[in-house]
Design a protein around this ligand. Structure first.
Ligand code: ADP
Ligand code: MG
Length: 228
């Protein structure tokens, strides 16, 4: 199997607080996976361990990728710089900047300041910034959460479209069930903390998981049963 990330018995505590308990996960190259779990269960912590932002965990993590991109919940754009200039902090290469703005359909907005962009556009700018480094994996921490439904769907579609084209590995953590169903080829349902996997769902055969499809609602109902 062509592996991107694999953990063996991954656990993570903050002092006495055990947050992640003995996780064994493998994520394949070019796969879109989602970790779904309630607020506070340790999703951000897991993402930070998987991506190597946190290193003081126990157990093992193999990382078989070279460049990682990150998309977090807050866009983290510098307010007094134009969108274009925000991206020059990542690269000076004009073509790369232009190309990534085109990918997220913001090429007409390069000279706008972040405050002039809608929340959805700011998140697409955030995605553009992650794409500039030409990553082979992108870690997403609830990037859709603060958006209205329409922007949420648009951002998700952009992420999926670009991922299918460029084939980087996508690792999403979220508490949005529908988001996970629409987005992922494999869903890991996490328990409350200390977090472990209570169910793995293979979505690769599902073709009809659009945001509003009956199939998606069925999955949502089924997954809800794993939460009390
Ligand atoms: P989620 O992203 O699922 O909401 P987090 O990973 O942010 O959850 O947090 C999981 C638990 O770990 C929470 O109880 C949180 O308070 C705790 N936690 C997270 N980061 C730290 C930290 N740096 N120091 C101490 N506790 C932390
Ligand atoms: Mg979080």
């Amino acid at each position: 199997m062509d592996l991107a990330v694999k953990t063996h018995s991954l656990s993570k505590s903050f002092g006495d607080l055990l947050v992640i308990r003995e996780l064994n996960i493998d994520i394949k190259r070019s796969e879109r996976v989602a970790f779904l779990g309630p607020s506070g269960c340790g999703k951000t912590t897991l993402l930070r361990c998987l991506s190597g932002l946190l290193t003081d965990y126990s157990g093992e993590i193999q990382r078989r990728y070279s460049k990682a991109g990150f998309v977090f919940q807050e866009p983290r754009l510098i307010p007094w710089s134009s969108l274009y200039n925000n991206l020059t902090f990542v690269t000076q290469d004009e073509k790369k900047i232009q190309r990534s703005l085109e990918l997220v359909e913001l090429d007409a907005f390069g000279n706008h300041h972040p405050s002039k962009l809608s929340g959805g556009m700011q998140q697409r700018a955030n995605l553009a910034r992650a794409l500039i480094v030409e990553p082979d994996i992108i870690f997403f921490d609830e990037p859709f959460q603060n958006l209205d439904l329409k922007s949420n769907i648009k951002l998700m579609e952009a992420v999926k479209r670009i991922q299918k084209q460029q084939k980087w590995t996508a690792v999403l953590v979220t508490h949005g069930i529908r988001e996970a169903v629409v987005f992922a080829q494999r869903i890991f349902i996490l328990s409350k903390k200390p977090s472990h996997i209570i169910k793995e769902i293979d979505m690769t055969q599902e073709k009809e998981t659009d945001f509003f499809s009956t199939k998606t609602a069925e999955y949502e109902k089924m997954i809800l049963e794993y939460y009390e």
